[in-house]
Design a protein around this ligand. Structure first.
Ligand SMILES: [Fe+2]
Length: 578
């Protein structure tokens, strides 16, 4: 049997393992290291996927990684040009150049992954995981994004967009797929980057860059787009043939990484927001304007593809910018496409799977489409974790009792921690590692924020809905199995998951995708007439829980009423330690 190991080694690093053509496991490093957005070399994830398969590194036939490091010429020359023209960003640029050249100084433990790791990949792997004679394959970054995204559907023909901060040379790639063959229609050279645009202003609005982008997006519906046109005139110009031009002198990503911004931004929009300050009306309007300009640019890029291929009415979106779920929903609302799919991990972690797909053209798509790719923890492992926190562990319940008990608690307004089956791959909790609540109760958002999230109140919570019932609650004509499309909410029955603009980030759940979660939502629906649950990720100020031990620890530290883990319902009264 051949084994293929796919790796993403920087930013959101991850490992994926294929046995023959079947995806066996895929895990982000952050879930194991417990460091949010961990970008270090994914040693823990590699060890975990190998252990799940019961093999060692010496059994691996091929290692596929998501960069062609020798194609970094555009980024290196661009970075050098920037060094001359943008003194604001000098420190960040020099650090980046040192990193590219492999002369960076020793860093904290664990060190972030870097370009130089790719030039000594075999050495790094053998130093921690034993010898390997595996073939090493280096795959184009955007090919990795697109291959993973395109594996989500059996569409013969579609448009495929990947966009992010930047790949080796490009930050946006638009392709037409016909009969399984991909033809590139347009490429946008780095640093001309919609990802950098959004990240820079994430910093300007006082959020952590490369992490807080979703907060900017969450703030956007509260304001007026009063600067949309000014942004499109001066910062993000739309040009013929679906091209955009980012003014990198004013919108300086590298300077922003150091908390420095071009004075022109202050002239246009007023002062940046300090991280702990409440957002002003101007900050909120700026978020609205930035999002509107982003959506205009995204639609502009895609309109070129539709002009060339007007019959392609389906779209695959991948790359970190695909996490802009509001923009994804607008494309459907505007009628630009009949159907859109975004993979569960459109950011760089998903490239671990995508890179492997480049060397496995006949990979089983069904195995790739499931977002549940973590370890299948046994009943014994779950029982052991419970025993460490409960002197008298509750007995396991049969399936129907477990579902009934959980659904009843939810109708009573209780908060539930839900740990069922293999962990999700990607940033969304999709019913395997979730906090759940009754979406009919508006006040439950504040309860959740008090007991769990301690986050900004302007950020919305998302709904899970049975696939069959989704059209009754949301203006959405297609499934959204990975919670990455925003749609209008119909009616007023689910205020806790309805954003201020009347939208929600929808997660549609089928029985095939997750039978137990589907059964729970269905039973809640029978009891209430609303087959919808508020679903937010099972974590408190750290990555989503992965193991039963993480679940018990996080539950114990939270204020939620019960943990439903495997066949057990644990209440707060059952907890005896720590
Ligand atoms: Fe990327």
């Amino acid at each position: 049997m051949s084994y293929t190991l796919g790796l993403a080694t920087m930013d959101n690093s991850a490992a994926a393992l294929f046995q023959g053509n079947r995806l066996v496991a895929a895990i982000e490093e952050e879930r194991l290291s417990r460091i949010k957005n961990d970008g270090s070399f994914p040693h823990l994830a590699i060890a975990e996927v190998l252990d799940i398969a019961g093999i060692g590194l010496s059994d691996i036939t091929t290692v596929a990684v998501y960069w062609k490091p020798w194609q970094l010429d555009v980024r290196i020359s661009g970075t050098l040009r920037k060094l001359v023209s943008a003194p604001l960003a000098r420190g960040a640029i020099l650090a980046r150049l040192r990193d590219m050249a492999g002369t960076g100084s020793a860093r904290q433990d664990p060190p972030p992954g870097s370009w130089r790791d790719l030039f000594r990949l075999r050495k790094i792997l053998t130093s921690r995981h034993g010898p390997t004679a595996a073939r090493l394959c280096f795959i184009d970054h955007h090919d990795s994004h697109q291959l993973y995204g395109e594996a989500m559907r059996d569409w013969d023909d579609c448009l495929s967009l990947s966009y992010d901060g930047g790949g080796e040379r490009n930050s946006t790639v638009l392709a037409a797929v016909r009969g399984g063959q991909r033809q590139v229609l347009s490429q946008h050279r780095w640093p001309n980057s919609l990802g950098h645009y959004y990240a820079t202003f994430t910093g300007y609005l006082g959020f952590k860059m490369l992490e807080g982008e979703y907060k900017l997006m969450g703030l956007a519906p509260y304001g007026q787009p009063r600067w949309r046109d000014a942004i499109l005139a001066e910062i993000l110009r739309l040009e013929p043939e679906g091209r955009y031009r980012l003014n990198t002198r004013i919108c300086d990503y590298h300077a922003a990484l150091q908390g420095r911004f071009h004075p022109r931004l202050r002239e246009l929009f007023g002062p940046p927001r300090a991280p702990d300050a409440p957002p002003t009306e101007a900050h909120i309007d700026l978020a609205t304007s930035l999002q509107a300009a982003f959506e205009a640019a995204q639609a502009h890029v895609l309109s070129y593809g539709q002009k060339l291929h007007p019959d392609l009415r389906r779209l695959v979106i991948s790359g970190g910018s695909a996490l802009n779920v509001t923009a994804n929903g607008r494309l459907l609302q505007a009628g630009m496409f009949d159907e859109i799919i975004i993979p569960p991990a459109p950011h760089d972690a998903g490239c671990a799977i995508g890179a492997a797909l480049a060397v496995l053209p006949d990979a089983e798509r069904a195995s790739i489409r499931s977002p549940y790719q973590g370890r299948d923890h046994s009943a014994a492992e779950i029982a052991a974790a419970i025993a460490a926190y409960c002197q008298t562990p509750p007995q396991p319940l049969p399936e129907d009792r477990l579902i009934e008990t959980t659904a009843q608690m939810l109708t009573e307004g209780k908060l539930i921690a839900w740990f069922q089956g293999r962990a999700e791959f990607g940033p969304r909790a999709l019913g395997a590692r979730s906090f759940l609540a009754d979406p009919r109760r508006d006040e439950i958002r504040e309860t959740l924020n008090d007991k769990i999230k301690k986050r900004e109140l302007f950020r919305p919570f998302a709904p899970s809905v049975t696939e069959d019932a989704a059209p009754s609650f949301f203006k959405l004509d297609q499934p959204s199995p990975y919670m990455n499309i925003v749609a209008d909410v119909i009616g007023t029955s689910i205020p806790a998951v309805t954003h201020v603009d009347g939208t929600a980030r929808v997660h549609t759940v089928s029985r095939d995708a997750h039978a137990r979660y589907h059964a729970l939502i269905s039973r809640f629906g029978e009891l209430t007439g609303v087959p919808v649950l508020l679903n937010t990720s099972f974590n408190i100020q750290e990555p989503i829980v992965y193991s039963p031990e993480h679940a018990l620890r996080t539950f114990a530290a939270s204020g939620v009423d019960a943990l439903v883990i495997g066949d057990h319902v644990i209440t707060r009264e059952d907890l005896t330690c720590p």
